[in-house]
Design a protein around this ligand. Structure first.
Ligand code: ADP
Ligand code: MG
Length: 179
């Protein structure tokens, strides 16, 4: 990849159609995107839904990438991955097959019609902060400071890291027969 690259973090979330598998497939599709190198994948986390309660729990994770894509190009690629996994936009906070958001792109602060960076709610969500700090303890949210500073503010949010072993079995596709 050419030297003119950028470091970014992408949030993955799903609560439909085998959410663990959706998120693991999301990692793979990000890794397969031209112009994107996947540097790190967080553990999977299980969280209660925010906003609209009457829906299944979410599985969330964060990916660290290096990319030569612009933020707009990266968003296009992520939206294409969402679409390929059958996501239909119904209403705000509705159940979704796969949601991919750009959390951080270098130290960029930006607000356009289709893209706000950093993601405006990143520092308020346990399901973003925990996986982010897991893979990048030094992560800084542009304009808001170190990500770990915000962990205290999300202490009351219900989140559980899924055991490595389960994640590993899912990745192998060998969950059937597991105890
Ligand atoms: P949300 O992720 O907020 O639950 P959606 O996934 O439906 O909602 O996103 C709606 C729109 O949000 C996207 O089409 C995109 O244009 C816009 N958007 C703004 N900022 C971002 C960002 N940082 N990452 C991803 N999408 C963003
Ligand atoms: Mg989104």
């Amino acid at each position: 990849m050419n030297p003119n690259t950028h470091r970014a973090f992408v949030a993955l979330g799903s609560n439909l159609h085998s959410p663990e598998r959706q998120v693991l497939a999301g990692f793979d599709e990000i890794a397969a995107t031209p112009g994107v190198d996947l540097l790190a994948r967080s553990s999977l986390y299980r969280t209660a839904p925010v906003g609209y309660d009457d829906q299944p729990d979410f599985i969330n994770a964060v990916a660290e990438i290096r990319t030569r894509l612009t933020p707009a190009e990266l968003l296009d690629e992520l939206l294409a991955i969402e679409a390929s996994r059958g996501r239909v936009r119904d209403f705000a906070n509705a159940p979704r097959t796969l949601d991919l958001d750009i959390l951080i792109y270098d130290d960029l602060q930006l607000r356009t019609d289709r893209l706000t960076l950093p993601h405006p709610r990143a520092h308020l969500r346990a399901f973003v902060l925990h996986p982010l700090v897991e893979i990048a303890p030094d992560a800084v949210i542009p304009g808001l400071g170190p990500a770990w500073h915000w962990l205290a503010g999300v202490r009351d949010q219900d989140i559980r890291r899924i055991a490595e072993e389960v994640t590993f079995r899912l990745a192998l596709g060998s969950l059937v027969g597991a105890t």
